[in-house]
Design a protein around this ligand. Structure first.
Ligand code: COA
Length: 535
């Protein structure tokens, strides 16, 4: 492979200015993340610790192998929502290594409204199980939750991917031979009782963990029976009388040790061979990304410059370099793993779509994972292009992405607008993971385009009615749409609603994508069968 020749001058004033601006974006990101990771209110954290319990992230730290990373997902779920009373949506999810096995860990944060579930907590829990299924990852549930956050019941209880889905997924995962382990470290009430009850093996902490279908107040109301939580569903009861749990732990640390012991007897089964080589750092410093990434999306960015700071040795075997240059395609390695890369370098034309579809065919046929680097305003518009069949060619690209059975990974480094989002493996196209950079933006179209469309529609309506659209009203409409798109298009808005798996620092891209590819090896890559490409 050849090394990408960067054209970036790091002493150039534009580079330096961009880097400074990016520094501010990163500071906001880091501060926000740090605040979110504090969990619930100070007094709740204090009370939690006084009860002799470890915090959710401390439990995870202790559970995973020493000096191994934990890829935390969607840390900023529910950010800016519910008066910010649900940091991380009250649940920590992510992948860590336990006795050498990559494992999906789902941990309730009891300092956040008793670890109860709002819509975003549900989405996070279900997404974690989906990732576990797609990548054959054992699951550990560190349970400490009051179940449904009752005022939000309509948003969390009844629908297909709501609370009940947890247990459906556990049954399906278990049936696939994917271990399901629960550690009951606090409350498991009502439906929540099924998390440990549906697990393959369950540990419960003495005088701390409780499992019951109905808690003491409900029992009293329903039957008049007066009973303490411990008598109703404590650790003694469940490990010696009911058999709902299998192991009795004296405290959090002991419970975590038992959980680790369980993993000693679970074998890691790598199902997909990948020809991995030794990882080499990029030739160009990844920190230079800060000076290159688009803060103003109108600024074009040569995506070779991004690739050069992500891939091993900045080495890239470019496919169709001279053809359809608004999409860069080629092979490289990340942390030693082979990968096919598609990176936007402008608007998508018919020939770009064909190039993209062709390249995806290559990766799927050779079973090489694909990384999509998104910075896309969409497909080209206009009479000439519609007549040339842009919709038909775009469809080929979308078809190839949808059917490619190799793992796909998506990183949005700039904008993600319109159908370009679909062709470049947006959320609906099931990339194994989708991450955003803190500067990234996502919406159906850019704010300016959307306000332009809406102003034109309104103007046409008024004209048809024989009226004139006053300039001032036009301006007000334009401004209000721009503001709405600005707000709703931000990476924070996206990540709060689980449209992605988290915002990442661009410098961490190599590490995160490398780990993601390693994770994907737990499941064999299936043969791809494409359908009908409209010719
Ligand atoms: N719905 C809404 N809010 C709930 C809740 C629920 N199911 N369970 C707890 N909360 C809230 C509390 O109102 C409190 O809010 P605040 O901090 O704004 O005052 C916060 O969560 C912490 O609850 P608290 O009872 O003070 O904490 P705790 O650690 O002593 O007990 C629980 C936590 C979960 C054991 C206990 O609150 C409980 O039993 N809740 C009810 C569980 C239940 O019946 N769930 C059925 C739903 S399916």
């Amino acid at each position: 492979m050849f090394r990408i020749e960067s054209k970036i001058d790091t002493t150039d004033s534009e580079f330096i200015r961009n880097k400074e601006e990016y520094g501010k974006i990163l500071n906001t990101f880091r501060e926000t993340l740090c605040n979110v990771k504090k969990g619930g209110p100070e007094q709740s954290v204090k009370r939690h610790k006084e009860r002799g319990k470890l915090l959710a992230r401390e439990r995870i730290d202790m559970l995973i192998d020493r000096n191994t990373p934990f890829i935390e997902l969607s840390s900023m779920a529910a950010f800016g929502m519910y008066n910010d009373e649900f940091p991380s949506a009250g649940i920590i999810t992510g992948i860590g290594v336990i006795h050498g096995k990559e494992t999906m860990i789902v941990a309730n944060d009891a300092t956040v409204k008793g670890g109860t579930y709002i819509k975003e907590s549900i989405k996070k829990h279900v997404r974690a199980q989906e990732i576990a299924m797609e990548n054959r990852l054992p699951c550990v549930y560190l349970v400490d939750s009051g179940g449904v956050f009752l005022p939000e019941q309509a948003n969390v209880f009844p629908d297909k991917y709501d609370f009940g889905r947890f247990f459906f997924n556990q049954a399906r995962l278990s049936a696939e031979g994917i271990p399901q382990i629960a550690v009951v470290m606090g409350s498991c009430t009502a439906g929540g009782a099924y998390v440990p009850a549906m697990s393959d093996e369950t540990i419960i902490v003495r005088n701390q963990g409780t499992i019951f279908i109905g808690g003491p107040p409900l029992v009293k109301a329903a039957t008049g029976e007066e009973v303490t939580a411990e008598e109703l569903g404590g650790a003694e009861v469940h490990t010696s009388i009911s058999g709902v749990a299998d192991y009795l732990a004296e405290n959090d640390v002991h419970a975590i040790q038992i959980c680790r012991n369980i993993f000693e007897s679970i074998e890691r089964q790598e199902k997909q061979e990948l020809n991995r080589r030794e990882s080499i750092d990029p030739f160009y410093d990844p920190e230079e990304l800060y000076g290159i990434l688009p803060i103003d999306l109108k600024k074009p960015v040569d995506s070779h410059e991004i690739i050069a700071r992500i891939v091993d040795g900045s080495l890239f075997h470019e496919f169709k370099e001279r053809y359809a240059p608004t999409l860069v395609t080629g092979f490289a390695r990340i942390m030693g793993y082979p990968v096919g890369i598609l990176a936007n370098n402008g608007v998508l034309f018919s020939e770009t779509s064909l190039k993209g579809a062709h390249f995806i065919e290559l990766c799927a046929s050779r079973k090489i994972p694909i990384l999509f680097l998104q910075n896309i305003t969409g497909f080209i518009v206009g009479k000439q292009y519609e007549r040339g069949g842009i919709a038909r060619d775009g469809a080929k690209f979308v078809h190839a992405v949808a059917n490619a059975n190799v793992p796909k990974f998506t990183v949005i480094f700039g904008g993600s607008f319109g159908a370009g989002n679909y062709a470049m493996a947006g959320r609906a196209y099931e990339p194994r993971f989708l991450f955003m950079y803190p500067n990234a933006k996502i919406s159906v179209m850019g704010g300016e385009q959307a306000s332009g469309v809406l102003v034109t529609i309104k103007e046409d309506q008024m004209k048809a009615a024989g009226k004139v659209f006053p300039e001032e009203e036009k301006e007000n409409l334009r401004k209000s749409i721009l503001k709405k798109y600005e707000e709703e298009g931000s990476a924070y808005f996206s990540t709060a609603r689980l449209w992605d798996d988290g915002i990442i620092d661009p410098v961490d891209t190599r590490k995160i994508i490398g780990l993601s590819i390693a994770i994907s090896q737990n499941k064999e890559y299936k043969q791809t069968r494409f359908g009908i490409f409209r010719m």
